[in-house]
Design a protein around this ligand. Structure first.
Ligand SMILES: Nc1ccn([C@@H]2O[C@H](COP(=O)(O)OP(=O)(O)OP(=O)(O)O)[C@@H](O)[C@H]2O)c(=O)n1
Ligand SMILES: C[C@](O)(CO)[C@H](O)COP(=O)(O)O
Length: 233
């Protein structure tokens, strides 16, 4: 199975509240998007990359790609995204032709080539896969507004991350069905679940955080500086 990646970077970063859009915020001296794309450039299992950006940010993203190792040779297209993440994923799928597709948040720059590879291998074995980490807090369900009314069994709870890996044709069908039925989804495994498909859990790393709110940036800086130190040793 040959693999391509859809890296979604077309959000508006509302919760970050920064002056600049999230993919271009500096992290260890480079844009967040550069770190994310570098991991896919370094993963041998990935043949090609499509970057989905906010409309009007295409040229800016091209500048980031030019600064990558080997000039971003795997990046085959930079396309405009849509209003929702789901729309952006669809825009990326339209630009890919590989059998397998990995969908990854540009806002998760600490993913590693080994984690990406593991998602490919598990999806080849089981049809679909996604990185996830066991939940550490006790999770509550809000019933009456402002009150906790139920507690899911924590041993069954996982915080799903990205990349999420699928057969491209199946993911396209899952998005088509969701669109036809008006189903919203905050990630792509939800769409597979709607079709009754199993998604293999690939145990990930708590450091593969999604940079969402301001306090996530210094945490990511720390993780990255430690990784660079370890690599230098
Ligand atoms: N319409 C959208 C919404 C989100 N994303 C991407 O999906 C990933 C996860 O989304 P999130 O972390 O929520 O980013 P934003 O949508 O930018 O943040 P916010 O929800 O705070 O506006 C990000 O890489 C984001 O760029 C996207 O490509 N298109
Ligand atoms: C896809 C995701 O990162 C899985 O945890 C998450 O659902 C993205 O949510 P967001 O609100 O679009 O950041």
């Amino acid at each position: 199975m040959n693999w391509g990646a859809v890296v979604v970077a077309a959000g508006r970063g509302t919760r970050m509240g920064a002056a600049d859009n999230k993919p271009y915020l500096p992290l260890a001296g480079r844009p967040i998007l550069a770190h994310t794309l570098e991991a896919f450039e370094r993963c041998e299992a990935v043949e090609t990359i499509v970057v989905v950006v906010a409309p009007g940010e295409e040229e800016r993203a091209r500048g980031v790609v030019r600064g990558l190792m080997a000039g971003g040779r795997k990046v085959r297209a930079i396309v405009p995204g849509g209003a929702e993440r789901q729309d952006s994923v669809c825009a990326g799928l339209d630009a890919l032709d590989t059998e397998g597709v990995l969908v990854h948040d540009a806002a998760r720059p600490l993913v590693t080539p080994a984690q990406i590879e593991a998602c490919c291998r598990e999806a080849e074995r089981h049809g679909a896969s996604a990185l996830a980490v066991p939940v550490k807090d006790t999770i509550k369900v809000e019933g009456e507004r402002g009150f906790m009314t139920a507690t899911p069994d924590r041993s069954t709870l996982w915080a799903v991350q990205t990349p999420q890996a699928f057969a491209r044709a199946e993911l396209i069908e899952a998005h088509r069905r969701a669109k036809a039925e008006g189903a919203a989804a905050t990630d792509d495994t939800m769409l597979m679940e709607r079709l009754g498909r199993k998604v293999a859990i690939v145990k990930g790393d708590y450091r593969n955080l999604k940079i969402t709110t301001p306090e996530d940036l210094p945490v990511a800086e720390l993780f990255l500086s430690r990784r660079l130190t370890e690599e230098a040793d």
